[in-house]
Design a protein around this ligand. Sequence first.
Ligand code: FES
Length: 403
Amino acid sequence: MARILGIGNVVLDTQLFVNTFPIEDSEQRAEKRLFAIGGNVANNLQVLQQLGHDCALCATLATDNAAKRLKNALEARQIDLSHIQRFIQGSTPTSYVQINNQNGSRTIVHFRDLPEVDFDHFAKIEIEAFDWLHFEGRNLEALSGMLNIAKTFLSHQPISIELEKPRDGLESLLTQVNVIFTGFAYAQASGFQTATDLIDHLQSCAPQATIICSWGSEGAWYAAPGAMPCHQATQALPKPVDTLGAGDTFIAATVDALIAQKPLAEAVSAGNQLARRKCQQLGLDNLLDPLVTRKPIANIKHITNSRATVVPAPGLQHKVVLIKHDNEVKAYLNNCPHQDVPLDEAYKIDINPFEMTMKCSVHDAFFRIEDGVCVEGPCWREELTPVDLEIDPETGAIYIAEQ
Ligand code: FES
């Protein structure tokens, strides 16, 4: 276990889940709303804490309700908040995030009117007590001084930085760090077409640093000091659930592996794997639970063609309806496309064995069991969302299929 200090931002995210990305100047209803901890470094620490490290956050908070909510949520995740800087004026930074249910993409509108951590606040922290310092590449006013004292007072502890957006003067500070995390957004905003072009450029700014550049579904490129860039691919996910925080998860898992002194290629691979895992679930909690996707949700011997069985499915947004059809088990999310409520909201799901349909108990929409299409009712022609299953031929255990 390492003691890790993260310096950057904490944000209250309001996440709105939408079925289609909104058109400008239009109105649409969100399917779901969640509040969550956001901000890159706060996310990094949430994951690092789950990976067994002792994490402290250095960021600013106001004194409003959003700050209270964040404080409670961070404390519940055992993040040490003793280095938070509070401001009476201003409001806690907030992000309004639209998550597209079709592909898990996230579009963020951020608001802040709160100052960032000032140098004097940072200078009072006993940084020598930490094993790793990770900075967000922002807050240029104070960052230069912070990196200077970190470099001066730390003897062996690595300093890492994330470059998300280009900022004036940022690259001139990179000689002070050991590890640089960057990615597609930084490359794009800086005019680099490829990860290797960006790494070449950063190597000229910071020849002493290890550089790791994540590139979404294409995996990541990385280079040790003075070495040529290498690539670690990742397996693309056909249908990500939620990509928000995937990059932050990548950084956390890579830092964790570097702390464990794994070779760089292995560390980047660990980052890719956990980021991929994150995209298969909502939020960052319980990321390491290996049973989340592989716990059987039911057994085939309990599924019949005369009754719909509704079971919880960890990692999915809704329960799952299971029913036998032609010796196959059909599975759909228990979510009526008419009003986004469970099919059994009012009563059980009635089955018509002659028509081979099942009925939503709320307004009597009939869905074909075979393909989930509504054949009668208020959401005619709309479809239930199918769920892919894997069934163990020996035990009959039913699992949600790995994506
Ligand atoms: S909510 Fe299912 S038919 Fe109206």
